[in-house]
Ligand binder design. Structure first.
Ligand code: FAD
Length: 395
């Protein structure tokens, strides 16, 4: 393997980074421990900002061929009240992760990236005194050592590359998710749903024809109180939300459950000597508002720009720091708004009040969705004016 940039992880962040660098003519290699297509627990919702990156990559059409297009989001409250909020611009998508990730990875390989599957990275030694970063990995045939001028850590939530700087900070109060694919879901049309419970939520990617991917995200306490088999716990949770209960009453599970957690907000230092982090490796958010994929793809664009500048001779230290600042700016709104909405959902009385106000104010709901989707600045809805609009109906 002979490359200037080694990308660890072939999910959306890693594949997009490798694709962009390969298209610029750089020698890039990518390793992933999995063989693709591989399952990835996810709500499978791409917001309009994520779709916009796929369009810039020229891959939106190919991704959409196995998914559905969304013109807005359906949000249901614990009492069965619902809101349909259209996107202010662009469109969203639902795409099975097996397909989305494969489309991106194949595009990276087609652009010239050296893609190696079933290579598990165990450790990273950052660059030191003129020595390039060193990656220790294992293949089916045994251990291998890999060098590159720059290593991009795109290895997700529990990133080995991020851990080279020390143990990952624990996620406090994070939620645990449980999800699977189903058939026999009752829904009139393909749709992206968020169902809010009291302190927890469920996401449903409804592909049409009764097929769907349903994920519940619950707090540890609810998981502990649950008894018996996962199926019973899952269906009991669905039954607690009137609209989801009706939709899933006759649904049959078609894949094993996948569980992840704890999931919450955790930021990491994203640039060190000869190393950049992208996607979930750089920082994770609770998936309730569905922004992980948009951030992963956006971080890939920013990281590819920084990596290309370094390889072209720009000063590394400043360039990598510049990436850190650019990523912080790109994710700032998502973090502020995401954390606030999470806090509200954990306070059921407040969440119920907000939900009813938004149900009576479709334009307000659309403005909130636009801010959550990165289509307008978060400050528009974190303003006194927006609060007054909700509190007093001032429009
Ligand atoms: C339950 C759940 C639901 C979600 N729902 C949504 C949603 O609806 N919309 C949304 O936008 N976001 C959602 N997210 C977040 C989204 O899935 C992530 O933000 C996104 O997958 C990040 O992409 P990534 O490329 O950084 O990481 P990943 O997609 O996790 O890819 C990381 C890759 O690294 C590889 N890897 C890991 N460790 C190693 C190693 N040691 N050696 C080699 N390879 C390695 C893995 O095999 C994997 O292919 C959800 C997350 C969860 C957990």
């Amino acid at each position: 393997m002979d490359a200037d940039v080694l990308v660890v992880g072939g999910g959306p962040a890693g594949a997009a980074t490798a694709l962009l660098l390969a298209r610029r003519g750089h020698r890039v290699a990518l390793v992933d421990r999995a063989r693709f297509p591989r399952p990835k627990p996810c709500g499978e919702y791409l917001n309009p900002s994520a779709v916009a990156v796929l369009e810039r990559l020229g891959l939106a059409g190919e991704a959409a061929a196995s998914g559905v297009r969304l013109s807005g989001m359906f949000v249901a409250g614990p009492d069965g009240t619902s809101i349909w909020a259209p996107f202010a611009s662009g469109h969203g998508m639902l795409v099975p992760r097996e397909r989305l990730d494969l489309v991106l990875l194949r595009a990276a390989a087609a652009a010239g990236a050296d893609v190696r599957e079933e290579v598990r990275v165990d450790a990273l030694r950052p660059a030191d005194r003129g020595r390039p970063p060193l990656v220790e990995a294992r293949t089916r045939r045994g251990p291998v050592r890999l060098w590159a001028r720059l290593v991009v850590g795109a290895d997700g939530l529990r990133s080995v590359v991020a851990r080279a700087r020390g143990p990952l900070a624990p996620v406090r109060g994070g939620r645990y998710t449980l999800g699977a694919r189903f058939e026999g879901i009752e829904a009139s049309a393909p749709r992206g749903d968020l169902h809010l419970g009291r302190g927890w939520y469920a996401g449903a990617a409804l592909y049409g024809g009764g097929a769907g991917n349903v994920v519940i995200a619950v707090e540890r306490a609810m998981l502990r109180r649950g008894s018996g088999a996962l199926d019973r716990f899952f269906m009991d949770a669905c039954r607690r939300l009137p609209l989801l209960a009706a939709m899933t009453a006759r649904a049959r599970r078609t894949t094993p459950f996948a569980s992840v957690g704890p999931l919450g907000f955790a930021r990491r230092p994203v640039a060190a000597s000869g190393v950049l982090l992208v996607g979930d490796a750089a920082g994770t958010i609770d998936p309730m508002t569905g922004e992980g994929l948009a951030l992963a793809l956006r971080s890939a664009e920013l990281a590819a720009g920084a990596a290309a500048a370094c390889l072209a001779g720009a000063p590394w230290r400043q360039t990598l720091r510049g990436y850190e600042r650019a990523l912080a700016r790109a994710s700032e709104d998502t973090w502020r708004l995401g954390r606030l909405l999470q806090w509200i959902v954990r306070h059921p009385a407040l969440a119920g009040w907000l939900f009813r106000r938004l149900a009576d104010d479709p334009a307000g709901a659309a403005a909130l969705l636009a801010a959550v989707s990165g289509l307008r600045p978060a400050r528009d809805v974190l303003s006194a004016g927006f609060a007054a609009r909700l509190a007093m109906g001032v429009r």
